[in-house]
Ligand binder design. Structure first.
Ligand SMILES: [Zn+2]
Length: 255
């Protein structure tokens, strides 16, 4: 089982970790700052720096799978092509420094948080979601048309209002008593541990509250210039909203 440091602090860019397994899928660590693909959010890329200074490039991060294909509590760091030499130097038990591509992750965090703002602006159930470093899309289960400029203005207003984001948790029973908290038809909150992670945006005014396991910025102002680039009628009952960045300078990585 990999300790997922990004769940409590999405701003951690690196950590020391021990290699617990090297498999066909990739490298499993005892703890990591790498987010594995899930909930529509892309897996992180970055590097593992070995004790001798060798840099092993990581292209993607996935949840581990058992022999039957079921997800495990392991987080697997998938090496980029051409890493055979670095991989040959790595063995189970070694200590490495795991470092994410922060610029890429920060874009994912900004887009991901912006999708929560869309949930506030479009109070309909979501039946699809994809968050990449270059764009995000959210599919709403609805038949009414949506207006691109109105949504872009709505996002800009919520970003400028600098609403804080907090991570909380509720019990399975609390979620059962408040089924409307689940806004996604396609991604069900992970159950079984008895507690479910929630994301809360807003202080005096509640902007959004829903179970979510992804990585987010701490305040909506950090989302910056995100705009709606496209609205598509994906099917008779699905409206797809695509988000992109307006061109601005990237912020520096935290120390
Ligand atoms: Zn989220």
């Amino acid at each position: 089982m990999t300790q997922d440091l990004f769940r409590q602090d999405a701003y951690l860019t690196q950590c020391a970790a021990s290699v617990t397994a090297i498999t066909e899928q990739g490298i499993v660590l005892d703890r990591t700052v790498f987010y594995p693909l899930g909930g529509g959010q892309a897996g992180d890329s970055g590097t593992l720096v070995l004790a001798d200074g060798t840099v092993l490039a990581i292209a993607d991060t996935r949840k581990g799978k058992d022999a039957e294909g079921h997800a495990t509590a392991d987080i697997v760091h998938v090496p980029a092509p051409g890493q055979e030499e670095a991989l040959a130097r790595l063995k189970t038990g070694d200590t490495v420094t795991a470092r994410i591509d922060w610029q890429r992750r920060h874009r994912l965090m900004r887009f991901h948080t912006a999708t929560h703002l869309l949930c506030h602006l479009v109070p309909q159930l979501v039946n699809g979601c994809s968050i990449t470093p270059d764009y995000a899309r959210l599919d709403f289960n609805m038949t009414d048309p949506l207006d691109k400029d109105t949504l872009t203005a709505g996002i800009a207003r919520l970003v400028a209002a600098a609403h804080p984001l907090t991570v909380g948790e509720i019990t399975d029973a609390e979620l059962d008593a408040n089924p409307a908290l689940v806004k996604s038809m396609s991604v069900q909150p992970p159950r079984g541990s008895g507690r479910i992670r929630t994301i809360h945006i807003g202080s005096e005014a509640l902007i959004d509250l829903q179970p979510c396991g992804g990585t987010h910025v701490a305040n909506t102002v950090e989302i910056g210039a995100v705009v709606v680039t496209k609205i598509e009628k994906k099917s008779a009952t699905t409206r797809r909203v695509v988000l992109g960045f307006a061109p601005v300078a990237e912020p520096a990585a935290p120390q």
